[in-house]
Design a protein around this ligand. Structure first.
Ligand code: CAA
Length: 282
């Protein structure tokens, strides 16, 4: 299937990255946020990121204008009607995502492939609220989207081979490397990554080492670009907490149980970089 127009639902950390990469890859991109205020914030994020790319000589000012010119922002789901692929990147909340998928199914043309960037919710739960489960896939990007090369393409028990082939080709057209995963909470990467991040929080809780030393341990000892607590602040304390809850619900394995400290930081608004404070201050 030929893709010319891409929709992105949600213009937060992930959605703005996905929208930017889509527009940079030449697609007419429609971005939907829930309010005018969030549209302004999301658009600002993309303007800033593309301005940095110009400063670094990765884009010319004219290319940046072309990219921004390919993007349209809206608060109406109906404006995504003509998109060939829609990637949903809303908050990691199953009820909210189901509502969105039902709305997207009503609004979009019959051929549209509906994809979710969820990190942990089984895609079949979203497919099941639509009349097109054979066209619903997972497309899981990684933060920062313009930099990270991976996309997990998630295959449900109802999806058609054609939709999977289109999703893979779409990921490749964005300059990404797709890997295929079965539709199980956490797919591949988060099943491995989340217990590691939670264990780092437990080390802090138990006073085994300071956040700085834990991070230095993994950076210098294992060559990771960021330590686990830095990464938690980067991904979002709240986001990781929600992912852990979903994984724990699915597997009932204590490895995935969110530690008390993570829960309390989420409640307290210590969400990491985006809120100015998490394990570190920004
Ligand atoms: N947008 C665009 N480009 C960015 C960027 C952003 N937000 N952040 C960094 N970059 C680019 C920089 O421009 C720079 O490019 P050049 O080398 O071409 O100049 C390059 O990335 C490296 O950036 P920096 O030199 O500023 O900083 P760094 O070397 O410390 O790298 C990093 C930053 C790429 C984020 C690196 O620290 C890293 O890879 N961290 C780990 C990130 C990670 O693990 N992400 C996955 C999180 S899990 C997830 O997303 C899924 C989930 O479901 C939870």
């Amino acid at each position: 299937m030929a893709i010319t127009q891409v929709g992105v639902v949600g213009c937060g950390l992930m959605g703005s990255g996905i929208a930017e990469v889509a527009a940079r890859s030449g697609y007419a991109t429609v971005v939907r946020e829930v309010s005018a205020e969030l549209v302004t914030k999301g658009r600002g994020r993309i303007e800033k990121s593309t301005a940095t790319a110009v400063e670094k000589g990765k884009l010319t000012a004219a290319q940046r204008q072309e990219i921004l010119g390919r993007m349209r922002f809206t608060t109406a789901v109906e404006d995504l009607a003509g998109c060939d692929v829609v990637v949903e990147a809303a908050t990691e909340n199953p009820a909210l995502k189901k509502e969105l998928f039902a709305a997207l199914d009503r609004a979009c043309k019959p051929e549209t492939i509906l994809a979710s960037n969820t990190s942990s919710i089984p895609i079949i739960e979203l497919a099941a609220v639509t009349r097109r489960p054979e066209q619903v896939v997972g497309l899981h990007f990684f933060n920062p989207v313009p930099v990270m090369k991976l996309v997990e393409v998630v295959k449900t028990i109802r999806v058609g081979e054609a939709a999977i082939a289109t999703a893979r080709a779409f990921a490749e057209s964005l300059g990404k490397r797709p890997i295929l995963a079965k539709d199980r909470a956490g797919f591949v990467v988060n099943v491995l990554l989340v217990p590691y991040l939670l264990e780092a929080v437990r080390l802090v809780e138990q006073g085994v080492a300071s956040p700085e030393d834990i991070d230095e341990g993994m950076r210098l000892g294992c060559g990771y670009p960021m330590g686990p607590l830095q990464l938690l602040d980067f991904v979002g304390i709240d986001t990781t907490f929600y992912i852990a809850e979903i994984l724990f619900e699915e597997f009932k394995n204590p490895h995935y149980a969110p530690p008390t400290l993570l829960r309390q930081m989420t409640i307290a608004g210590l969400h990491g970089r985006k809120s100015g404070k998490g394990f570190y201050s920004y």
